[in-house]
Structures are given as structure tokens and as C-alpha cells.
Design a protein around this ligand. Structure first.
Ligand code: ZN
Ligand code: ZN
Length: 128
């Protein structure tokens, strides 16, 4: 039912605000003018959202993927230093006082990861 809005009911007919007032005051269903105003606003909101998503502020560029000792495909990377050096280029990472034992890592990102891991575990944070 979209009868002509009654005058003097305190609703700002023909505006999104009026549409909300219809709902708040349970003057339902909202009149055609208010529904039109509301759908126009919804459409504008969706377009604004779309513009935002497609704009420069949209999808963030994912960080560069670096291999770490945790998921490195190189055989022997992250092995305990108790075993012989897995490959000539591998480096031993040992942090005094760390709960993390000495391990072999590839040079570069894996070694950095291993050092960070060992360092964190030396701080005494049991959750690390
Ligand atoms: Zn209305
Ligand atoms: Zn590695």
C-alpha cells in the first residue's frame, strides 16, 4: 500500500531520513516517495563502494613472498646443527641463551628467519 503520505505526521517524506522515520515510527509500509529516496541513496552508496574498491585505495598489493626456514624447499634448511652441514653454503644459526637450538639455514631470508626465531625464543616468552 503506497497511499499518499498523510500531512503533518512529522515524517520527512521523499527523503532517506523519511524512510528511516517510517520504520522507527512503524508507519509502514513506507510511502512510494520515501522508498524511492531510499533506493536512490542505496544505489549511490553501492556506487561509492564500488568506486572505492576499484580505486587506488583498493586491493592491497600482497607482500613479497620470501622463503623461510619454516617452509623452505631446500633440503636440510632448518635442520638441527647436530647433523653435518647439509650444504656448503648453509650457515649455522646459534643464539646464546635461546631455547631454539642451533640450526642450519640457507644464507639470506632463511638465516634471517632463523636468527629472528632464536632471538625471540631467547627473550623468555613461552608463547613464542
Ligand atoms: Zn514517506
Ligand atoms: Zn632455506
Amino acid at each position: 500500500m503506497s497511499a499518499a503520505p498523510a500531512a503533518g505526521d512529522g515524517i520527512d517524506h521523499g527523503t532517506p531520513r523519511g524512510y528511516a522515520q517510517h520504520r522507527q515510527r512503524k508507519v509502514l509500509p513506507p510511502c512510494a516517495q520515501c522508498r524511492a529516496a531510499n533506493s536512490t541513496r542505496e544505489r549511490q552508496r553501492r556506487q561509492a563502494q564500488k568506486a572505492w574498491n576499484n580505486g587506488a585505495t583498493g586491493t592491497p598489493i600482497p607482500g613479497r613472498t620470501v622463503s623461510t626456514g619454516q617452509d623452505c624447499a631446500v633440503s636440510g634448511c632448518g635442520e638441527l646443527a647436530a647433523v653435518p652441514r647439509p650444504a656448503a653454503r648453509m650457515v649455522r644459526v646459534d643464539w646464546p641463551g635461546s631455547r631454539e637450538p642451533a640450526r642450519w639455514y640457507c644464507p639470506g631470508a632463511c638465516r634471517t628467519y632463523g636468527l629472528a626465531l632464536a632471538e625471540v625464543r631467547a627473550i623468555g616468552d613461552r608463547r613464542a
